[in-house]
Design a protein around this ligand. Structure first.
Ligand SMILES: [Zn+2]
Ligand SMILES: [Zn+2]
Length: 272
């Protein structure tokens, strides 16, 4: 069974090189889209606030979908994505503070690379000169920006209070980026809810319609694979002695009885 140090040791030099290349390509795609928007005069109009909102919600949903995917399926021995992606998600549940020690490349490499998806869609739409293309390309630009920042935002949510930049705390308190109080709902075994980690606004609607539970049932019915097999074993083994989590304040608002019981069992203490 993987231990925390085993997860950490999986960050290979080749992985780092891949992330540096991904950061350069992701930044180049976003810059090219930004230039396209400015040169075609699309960065104005009533659609600006709408596209910011759509981009933010799109990034929040994408963060939840990718997070759920790598939390739930596969293992660290899955070809390609096992070490490149799943490993970091397993590590994060076993020791949530590890990511606060990661440098810029290890923190942001995946997400800036992933931002190429909305950037590329935006680039395909930006030169069509219609209102629809303006809406799509602007939304894709803001979505790419938010996707690229999601891992850094997630890292801020885990930072100890004394290391938190004041402006970031204000953004968290205003609900404009996800903070510890909201994100802590995910950090309760079995880590099967509140996956969205950009701003968290999509978590409520997705939990209400049981979006991920329905997807899991469909996938299990088709493949016979049960969700969270490796993650459940790793987090149960790593639970060990109970320790307070200063960086994770209890969530705002009421908890379900199951979550409250699990949180109590893991002794998640109030921040500060
Ligand atoms: Zn997770
Ligand atoms: Zn987290």
């Amino acid at each position: 069974m993987s231990k925390p140090r085993d997860f950490a040791s999986g960050y290979a030099r080749s992985h780092q090189i891949y992330e540096v290349v991904g950061i350069m390509l992701g930044a180049a795609c976003m810059a090219r889209l930004g230039y396209g928007l400015v040169s075609t005069g699309l960065v104005s109009g009533w659609w600006m606030p709408l596209t910011v909102f759509v981009g933010l919600m799109g990034a929040d949903f994408m963060s939840g979908l990718v997070h759920w995917l790598f939390d739930t399926w596969g293992s660290t021995s899955t070809p390609i994505v096992g070490q490149l992606a799943i490993r970091t998600f397993r590590e994060h549940h076993v020791d949530a503070r590890t990511m606060t020690k990661h440098g810029f490349v290890e923190t942001n490499g995946h997400n800036i690379t992933l931002s190429m998806v909305p950037s590329t869609i935006g680039l395909l739409a930006v030169h069509h000169g219609t209102l629809l293309s303006a809406l799509v390309s602007m939304s894709c630009f803001f979505m790419a920006l938010c996707v690229a920042m999601t891992s850094q935002i997630h890292k801020w949510a885990h930072l100890p209070e004394e290391q938190m930049p004041r402006v970031i705390r204000k953004l968290q308190d205003a609900g404009l980026i996800i903070g510890a109080r909201h994100h802590n709902r995910h950090h309760v075994r079995p880590h099967d809810s509140y996956y969205c980690i950009t701003v968290g606004w999509m978590n409520g609607p997705l939990e209400f319609v049981r979006f991920f539970r329905v997807l899991e049932r469909v996938i299990t019915a088709i493949t016979g694979v049960e969700p969270r097999e490796e993650d459940a074993a790793a987090t149960a083994e790593a639970a060990g002695p109970l320790q307070p989590e200063r960086h994770c304040a209890p969530p705002a608002g009421p908890l379900s009885p199951e979550v409250a019981a699990a949180a109590s069992a893991e002794r998640i203490a109030p921040a500060g």
